[in-house]
Write a protein that binds this ligand. Structure first.
Ligand SMILES: NC(=O)c1ccc[n+]([C@@H]2O[C@H](COP(=O)([O-])OP(=O)(O)OC[C@H]3O[C@@H](n4cnc5c(N)ncnc54)[C@H](O)[C@@H]3O)[C@@H](O)[C@H]2O)c1
Ligand SMILES: O=C(O)C(=O)C[C@]1(C(=O)O)C=C[C@@H](O)C=C1
Length: 364
């Protein structure tokens, strides 16, 4: 029998999951609530949502799985209201960027048997349903944090669901999760925001820095435009872990300052030697797409570039496995990712797009 899914919040992440489920299970039923009614109606008119709810509605009792996809503190606030609605065998999951805080609330509400935490490790600085895209979830790690009492069948169900979204399930404890994301996700957002504000606070009257900022500044600060509400709640619920890692980061910065003050250039050389070798391993092992046959093409300032490239490849007899805007921006703004079924197709495609003067930015 087709499954019924509920969504509380249908923005960037909720919308991407709902769209992915709709394509993986066309017959599934999707019920959703979000505060902006117009966007909910858009999701309904697109055939993603079957029933647009105007709040926590009794209809949610039909759901097999309810996804909480609002900012982390709001997600927690919905748990107690959803508990009495769950039918036997149904459970709740969330997509929040922190996992210990919601797990504590789940424990306080005696809902451990009804909950499994979730967190897709992908996203964007953009917010809202209009930016949602199932491609966002492809090939990423989707972290799962079962509680001590989550039935193994629920974990297995989520693992299968994650695979159906073409993501990779990764089971981890809430504590280990929060520790890791404090360093690889939360700290970078602080660094980006602080750096952008340093520029605004210290720029010249004619805004020299603002005008001249190029790739380096833009690459490291894209995420400074992320949702203030979402990030305020993330930092509030992972304060201790982020403060600890921020302290370590400040110490690393102080060591760099010392090297500069004492003209210790071998320390600076060593800094980049170590970071470069580790960073290149990251790109190899967990690149944007784990697919082996893919590349990114620069498409900025070319209206209709996706259709042009698709037409070029189709005319050349090359089948595309997947095509989409590169949300991780590893290859810069405007990069279009194209994935192929085999090495020969990938090579042929490279020659074809280059023949039409498109610039290839990253190969796998
Ligand atoms: N953006 C990312 O990069 C990213 C990545 C992974 C996980 N997450 C997590 O996913 C969750 C959602 O983030 P997003 O990026 O989709 O945000 P978003 O702003 O795009 O969407 C949030 C949705 O929740 C709704 N909403 C907000 N407050 C609400 C409330 N009180 N009640 C009901 N609905 C409410 C909004 O209308 C919107 O539909 C957050 O918990 C976030 O930590 C975000
Ligand atoms: O790519 C981005 O814009 C993101 O910030 C995505 C990102 C991150 O990598 O930090 C942000 C928050 C999430 O919880 C998971 C992923």
């Amino acid at each position: 029998m087709a499954s019924t899914y509920g969504f509380i919040g249908l923005g960037l992440i909720g919308g991407s999951i709902a769209k992915g489920l709709r394509s993986a299970e066309p017959d599934c039923r999707i019920l959703a609530y979000m505060r902006t009614r117009a966007r909910l109606e858009l999701a309904r008119s697109e055939g993603i949502v079957d029933l647009a709810l105007s709040g926590i509605d009794d209809a949610l009792a039909e759901c097999d799985i309810i996804f909480l996809c609002t900012p982390v503190e709001y997600n927690e606030s919905y748990l107690s209201r959803l508990k009495p609605l769950l039918k036997p065998g149904a459970f709740i999951t969330d997509v929040g960027s922190t996992k210990s805080s919601i797990q504590r609330t789940v424990e306080q509400l005696s809902m451990e048997q009804l909950f499994i935490g979730g967190h897709p490790m992908a996203g964007s600085e953009k917010s809202g349903y209009e930016y949602s895209d199932p491609l966002l979830l492809e090939n990423i790690f989707y972290l799962l944090c079962p509680t001590a009492k989550t039935p193994p069948a629920f974990t297995a169900r989520m693992e299968a669901l994650v695979r159906s979204l073409r993501a990779n399930p990764y089971v981890i404890t809430a504590a280990e999760h929060d520790q890791a994301v404090a360093t690889i996700s939360h700290l970078p957002h602080l660094v980006a925001a602080a750096l952008v504000n340093l520029v605004q606070d210290t720029d010249s009257e004619r805004h020299t820095m603002k005008q001249l900022a190029a790739g380096g500044f833009k690459d490291i600060t894209r995420i400074a435009s992320s949702s203030p509400v979402m990030w305020q709640q993330i930092f509030s619920s992972n304060r201790a872990a982020v403060s600890a890692v921020l302290r370590q980061y400040i110490s690393a910065m102080e060591a760099i300052e010392q090297a500069l003050l004492t003209d210790d250039m071998s320390a600076i050389h060593e800094l980049f030697t170590r970071s470069g070798s580790f960073r290149s391993q990251l790109a190899d092992e967990h690149g944007l797409m784990n697919a082996q046959y893919s590349f990114s093409v620069h498409v900025a300032d070319r209206p209709g570039a996706i259709s042009i490239i698709s037409a070029i490849l189709a005319a050349g007899g090359v089948s595309i496995k997947n095509i989409g805007i590169n949300h991780n921006r590893e290859s810069g703004d405007g990069a279009l990712r194209i994935e192929f079924y085999d090495a020969d197709s990938c090579l042929k495609a490279e020659h074809l797009v280059q023949k039409y003067n498109f610039v290839i930015e990253a190969r796998k």
